[in-house]
Design a protein around this ligand. Sequence first.
Ligand code: GAR
Length: 193
Amino acid sequence: MADLSIAVFVSGGGSNLQAVIDSVKDGKIHGQVNAVISNNSAAFALRRAEMEHIAAYHISNKLFPVPADFLSQINSVLVRHSINLIVLAGYMKLLPLEIVRRFRGRIINIHPALLPKYGGHGMYGINVHKAVIDAGEAQSGATVHFVDEVYDNGAIIIQRAVPVFPDDTPEILAARVLEVEHRILPLAVGMFL
Ligand code: GAR
C-alpha cells in the first residue's frame, strides 16, 4: 500500500498536529502530512504548518457561506493532495456529511475525555475539563475514534486515562490530558498502514 497522505483539520494551537508531524519525522508514521486545514485564520496550527513547509489552508463557513462552495473548497484540497486519511486534531467544527460518508473509516478524531462520557454537543476544549471536574470524576483521559455521522460517536481506536486530583483546575487537567493525546494520536495514525 502507498504511504499515507494525511490532511489534518485544526482550529487552535495545533499541539496535536505537531505531535503527528514529529512522529512522521521520527519514522513512526509511514506517510506525510500534506495539508492542514483550519476554519480559523488566526490558529497557531496554521503557522506550525507553514514552518514545517506543509500546505496550509483557511477554509471556513464564513468565507464560503454556501454549503456547496465550502464542500468544494475542502474537496479540492483533498484531491490536490491525494489525501487518504483525515485527522481531526482540535477541529471545533463538523465536517460536511458528504466528506464523512466518502472517507468512512478513514477519518479519526482526538477527543479530550473518556468517550462515551463527556462527548457530544458543546463538549469541546476547556468545556470538557470543566464538566469532568464539576462532576467530581476521579479520572479523565483522551480518546481517538473513527468519525461517523454522529458527534463523538464512532468506534474507539485508543483510549488512555489520567487521574483527576481534587485541586485540579480545568487548565491543569487539560494539560495532563494533552500529554496523553500527544502520545495516542500519533499511535493511532501509525496503526493505519
Ligand atoms: C485538544 O485537547 C483536543 O482533544 C480538543 O481540542 C484540543 C486542541 O489542542 N478537541 C476537541 O475538544 C474536539 N471536540 P491542540 O490544538 O493543541 O491540538
